[in-house]
Design a protein around this ligand. Structure first.
Ligand SMILES: [Mg+2]
Length: 305
């Protein structure tokens, strides 16, 4: 069976500035066997070219811009498909500006059709301008719903979801969130994977470390989902969620042999673990996105390592 892989980056491929052990062998196995794969990230700040260079500096060769699909590209695809020729006031960085530019979405600080919020730094002046645009009728879009993003094992930074929440609070308007877990992200990623593979893979697997984005989105898109424990999720937290991954792995290194052999995995053990091994371990969740609970307090996330 031809399997295509959608692979999250932070917490799956690297943490901070280090590749996770076994990743180079896994990626080389994908390349050597011709298995279609695409890196899928909610980080809308870098361009695909930036990401290829970043991985090269970490020691991962053989990757090109075509191997990456970001929430910024997803947002640009969304606007291009639903409202071609529209204009936008953008709070975001190079990856988002480039993606919109490539889709012919013009910048407009006077009377834009959309305010688009992405990852990265901004100023109160830019937020005020965005607020005014929304008051004049612009619709609010965010590249992804992450309220916070990991920086290191002891540090996080505010994400695009937090910036969008600021504007939701000031304008009383709700944002529409692209990126994972939005089904449109998975729909377009699957299409791009099919283009890369010159045909639709028989099955598509999402590999990720975050339950609310990677695993939830894959489940809702009808894909297999493999949770890796090398990032933001601890094994004992999996039971907190109503949706469950198809498999749980320590790292992607566990997949290298089966990519080489092409043998389908025996999932009996994993399924047994998924159905009986996970129990909610604590009251209260600290979800990274929390998009449906804006009225609730937003506690700081637990530091995972
Ligand atoms: Mg991740």
């Amino acid at each position: 069976m031809k399997t295509g892989y959608l692979i999250d980056m932070d917490g799956v491929i690297y943490r901070e500035n280090h590749l996770i052990p076994g990743v180079p062998e896994f990626i080389q196995a994908l390349i050597a066997t011709g298995a279609p794969f695409l890196f899928l990230t909610n980080n809308s700040a870098p361009t695909p070219e930036d990401l290829a260079v970043r991985l090269k500096h970490l020691g991962m060769h053989g990757l090109y811009a075509r191997h990456f699909y970001t929430s910024a590209m997803n947002t640009a695809d969304f606007l291009c498909e639903t409202d071609p020729g529209c204009t936008a006031f953008v709070i975001g960085e190079g990856g988002l500006l480039t993606a919109l530019h490539e889709r012919k979405i013009a910048n407009d600080a006077i009377e834009p059709r959309y305010v688009v919020v992405g990852e990265g730094s901004t100023t109160m002046d830019r937020l005020t301008k965005a607020h005014e645009c929304i008051e004049r009728g612009a619709r609010l879009l965010a590249t992804n719903p992450d309220n916070w993003c990991p920086v290191s094992s002891t540090k996080t930074r505010p994400g695009a979801g937090a910036t969008a929440a600021f504007l939701e609070a000031s304008t009383g308007r709700r944002a529409y969130y692209l990126g994972k877990p939005n089904g449109y992200m998975f729909h377009r990623a699957r299409r791009k994977l099919a283009e890369l593979a010159l045909g639709e893979p028989e099955q598509v697997v999402m590999i990720g470390d975050t339950m609310e984005t990677d695993i939830r989105g894959a489940f809702e898109a009808g894909m297999q989902s493999y949770l890796v424990l090398s990032g933001s999720t601890q094994f004992e937290d999996v039971g907190d969620y109503v949706y469950q991954p198809t498999r749980v792995l320590r790292t992607v290194a566990e997949l290298t042999d089966e990519v080489h052999t092409g043998k389908p995995p025996d999932l009996r053990g994993d399924r047994a673990a998924a159905s009986s091994g996970f129990r909610s371990s604590k009251a209260g969740l600290r979800h990274q996105t929390d998009i449906l609970a804006l009225h609730k307090p937003r506690p700081r996330p637990a530091m995972t390592k």
